[in-house]
Design a protein around this ligand. Structure first.
Ligand SMILES: Nc1ncnc2c1ncn2[C@@H]1O[C@H](COP(=O)(O)OP(=O)(O)OP(=O)(O)O)[C@@H](O)[C@H]1O
Length: 239
């Protein structure tokens, strides 16, 4: 079960704004790949293009060699957490997952297993509208894990988690990568990635500034935070 996430030469504009300007990198199996850069660098747009939610004007985005929209039962190839708020507030967390599972030919047993894995079992029958951001993030991870996919792509998964949740998320991501999965994680929190990332892709203004192993970056700059500050200097203007 290995599925590499590969983006090559992605271009995307929103009107006059260039969101992606030749974005190219690979997230390999068996490691956490950190995807980092200032606000507006193009991280979320890249993830949305990979999922087929935004259409690039050029380039390719492949999961295990295939375009995500072409995959049969896509949740069994790539699990994604893009927007933890994308929930029907009146529906329970469990019903939200049951509906997703059904669309992929997966049963209620798998739903209960992922709810257990993310610590959501006891609150899963409550209305999702009453969930804290941390609970919504955990439900989003549950959804991403539904199809037991070999690749995961998570946009800011540490957002809204309390310290216990952050420790839990770190060890979950580390374990998922240790199982051989591809784990692509965007974050602004270099301290969270320092311990768990094997590779880091730094981006700014829609393209890659540097992609390297965490060890080589730490050897060169001292820490990921120092690497971030050096590599993204001047790239941070909100666009
Ligand atoms: N739907 C949209 N309409 C117009 N512009 C957009 C849209 N989505 C993204 N953009 C613009 O594209 C650029 C890249 O945005 P994107 O959200 O991909 O960056 P990001 O790296 O994820 O930022 P952040 O760290 O703030 O989440 C920004 O200039 C943003 O304003």
């Amino acid at each position: 079960m290995t599925e590499t996430i590969e983006v090559s030469g992605l271009h995307k504009r929103f009107g006059a704004t260039v969101a992606l300007d030749g974005m190219t990198f690979t997230a390999p199996p068996g490691t956490v790949t950190g995807f980092v850069g200032p606000n507006g660098a193009g991280k979320s747009t890249t993830m949305r293009v990979i999922l087929g939610l935004d259409r690039a004007t050029g380039g390719t985005a492949l999961v295990g060699g295939h375009r995500y929209p072409d995959l049969d039962r896509p949740l069994t190839h790539l699990g994604a957490l893009i927007d933890a708020n994308a929930l029907h507030p009146g529906r329970s967390g469990r019903n939200h997952l049951l509906w997703m599972a059904h669309s992929q030919g997966l049963g209620a047993g798998r739903v209960d297993r992922v709810l257990e894995m993310t610590g959501m079992r006891t609150v899963a029958r409550r209305r999702a509208g009453g969930y804290s951001l941390g609970m919504r993030q955990r439900l989003g991870i549950s959804a991403a894990m539904l199809g037991d996919p070999p690749a995961l792509m998570l946009d800011e998964p540490f957002n809204g988690l309390d310290p216990e949740g952050i420790v839990w998320m770190r060890s979950l991501l580390r374990d998922l990568a240790a199982e051989g999965r591809t784990v692509l994680v965007s974050s602004h929190l270099m301290a969270e990635l320092q311990d768990i990332a094997g590779h880091v892709v730094f981006v700014g203004r829609g393209r890659v500034l540097r992609a390297a192993t965490k060890d080589s970056l730490t050897a060169e700059f001292g820490s990921l935070e120092a690497a971030y500050l050096e590599l993204t200097r001047g790239e941070g203007a909100l666009r």
